[in-house]
Design a protein around this ligand. Structure first.
Ligand SMILES: Cc1cc2nc3c(=O)[nH]c(=O)nc-3n(C[C@H](O)[C@H](O)[C@H](O)COP(=O)(O)OP(=O)(O)OC[C@H]3O[C@@H](n4cnc5c(N)ncnc54)[C@H](O)[C@@H]3O)c2cc1C
Ligand code: SF4
Length: 501
């Protein structure tokens, strides 16, 4: 039985009832940020422990059922949500690999205007053009980023492309971290094929080769401090079959890194009195809703790359991205009375699907002891509705016979000329069926402890050896899918810690 540090991957079955670990750096959370930080630290010769509450997974263990995936791979078993002027489902990953286990592998560089704003307004000097270019080059190579071959895209992706081309809208195939993808459409239930290059199979694997110890089934729940420093973190080991607590662990280290994601990281800092300033505030999420379009011919949306094509309206504040929802999730997405929704379900094989992803600016969100709040702002709502209308137009241009948006009360739209009337600017937020897979910004980086939670090295203000390396530190929303930026944050904060260690 394992009672102390050992390099490699470990899970509950290996642990003695009391686990006593010691390292140079202890990282909480094995998602994109934590994995990249672990790689950056081990390659600089530091001994790293990564603690993750979820389990290690092999591709053959995944199951394309949503119920199975929610149970094993999702935070709150898929029920995590924010409440405000609407209810927003906030899916997030749980497991060694974090949200990359269930993401669609889409890769975007951080937009240049966003980086300029981070440097100019927030003093994030480490994200220089040269440094970020080096990060992107490394991330592209490590994740094998590229565009999947046309034969794996299939009709769900081709129809959005066709509509966008007919309307003259800018768009492209999505670059993805899945070089051997066969287009089974199940990314968000875990990649059974092993084609997706998630954090556990890439940066974390590099860290393990470099001597890191990755401890799955370990939930960090407490902290010991002395004189402005964190001296240890403690927690419980979990039985992966039912999450019951089966043992204890304690990890001592010279540096600690919170990489538990933009919801759990601020909650941990707040619960343990570690964060000051606006900790938990400024939650951004990229609010999203689904559009389903029915065609005369079969589309079979379950065939093909889960998300392979996008329409680029970044300058206007939104992107349209193809989406593949299994039937049980498509049912939830159809904001229709049951008889009408049943009609759509019966014709699901003739349906194509996309999401509108909004670059949120004036919405207000926070994570606190009372839960997660998100209030869609008027400007963001206007962008949102413009995105939904654009998606409907794209599908009619591609030949759709009917379109339904994730907005209650709108009903089925049968003609292009009815879009403006059925989706007016006055739609209130509570009618919108929102989900958002990109929480960020709750421990934002900056140079002023009054307005930021971590300094430009990712160190929590007021603590010498406590850092954050995940989406929490983004000073603003990105407007594009965030995994690449999160890996870059991990590499950056890891390098900054190594300079001090
Ligand atoms: C369904 C879905 C699809 C997505 N698709 C894409 C996409 O195609 N492209 C893209 O760029 N982005 C996508 N994203 C977003 C992207 O994957 C995330 O933004 C990114 O992976 C977040 O990384 P992170 O390190 O901040 O947190 P996470 O990857 O969420 O990792 C946090 C980890 O910390 C663990 N943890 C939390 N609390 C504790 C604790 N107390 N003790 C121990 N461990 C703890 C969690 O279990 C989790 O594994 C998607 C996200 C989701 C949910
Ligand atoms: S679509 Fe590709 S990357 Fe996604 S689960 Fe299927 S094979 Fe894996």
């Amino acid at each position: 039985m394992l009672a102390s540090f050992a390099p490699g991957r470990h899970g509950a079955a290996d642990y003695a009832p009391e686990l006593d670990l010691e390292a140079d750096v202890a990282i909480v959370g094995a998602g994109a940020g934590g994995s990249a930080a672990a790689a950056a630290l081990t390659e600089r010769g530091l001994r790293v422990v990564v603690l993750e509450e979820g389990s290690h997974w092999e591709p053959q263990q995944f199951n394309p059922s949503s119920l199975w995936a929610f149970r094993h791979l999702y935070q709150g078993r898929g029920t995590r949500a924010a409440h405000g002027n609407t209810v927003t489902v906030l899916p997030g990953g749980r497991g060694v690999g974090g949200s990359t286990l269930i993401n669609s592998a889409i890769c975007f560089r951080t937009p240049t205007p966003v980086l300029e704003r981070w440097r100019g307004e927030s003093g994030c000097h480490r994200f220089s053009d040269a440094w970020m270019e080096a990060c992107f080059t490394r991330i592209w190579a490590t994740l094998g980023v590229g565009i999947n071959a046309p034969e794996f895209q299939r009709d769900n992706n081709r129809l959005l492309k066709l509509g966008a081309e007919r309307l003259g809208l800018k768009g492209d195939w999505l670059a993805r971290a899945a070089p051997n993808c066969v287009g089974c459409g199940s990314c968000q239930q875990g990649c059974e094929v092993g084609a997706k290059r998630s954090a556990d199979r890439t940066f974390l694997a590099e860290a393990v080769t470099g001597g890191a110890g990755v401890y799955g089934d370990c939930r960090v729940s407490g902290v010991e401090t002395s004189g402005g420093k964190v001296t240890a973190m403690v927690g419980r080991t979990l039985n992966p079959t039912d999450d019951t607590e089966v043992g204890n662990f304690r990890v001592r280290a010279r540096h600690f890194v919170m990489s538990a994601g933009a919801i759990a990281t601020p909650r941990f800092l707040i619960d343990h009195g570690l964060g000051a300033g606006p900790v938990g505030e400024h939650l951004r999420i990229h609010p999203t809703t689904g559009i389903v379009a029915r065609f005369a011919e079969d589309v079979k949306p379950w065939r093909g790359v889960t998300q392979g094509y996008y329409v680029d309206q970044w300058e206007k504040g939104f992107l349209l991205q193809v989406y593949t929802a299994p039937p049980e999730q498509a049912w939830v997405q159809l904001a229709l009375p049951p008889p009408e929704a049943l009609g759509w379900m019966a014709s699901l094989r003739r349906s194509a699907m996309a999401g509108v992803v909004v670059h949120d600016e004036d919405s207000v969100g926070r994570v606190g002891r009372a839960g997660i709040e998100y209030w869609l702002g008027d400007k963001d709502r206007a962008v949102f509705l413009e995105g939904v209308r654009t998606a409907a137009r794209v599908y009619f241009a591609a030949g759709a016979e009917a379109v339904v948006a994730g907005i209650h009360g709108v009903g089925t739209i049968h003609r292009e000329e009815d879009i403006e009337r059925q989706i007016p600017a006055s739609v209130p937020p509570w009618q919108i069926a929102m989900y958002a897979a990109h929480p960020m910004g709750t421990c934002r980086m900056g140079t002023d402890p009054e307005t930021s939670v971590v300094d430009p090295d990712g160190r929590v203000w007021g603590w010498d050896n406590l850092h954050v390396a995940d989406t929490s530190v983004f000073p603003t929303s990105l407007g594009v899918n965030p995994q690449v930026t999160t890996y870059a944050v991990g590499l950056t904060v890891g390098a900054a810690i190594a300079e001090q260690a």
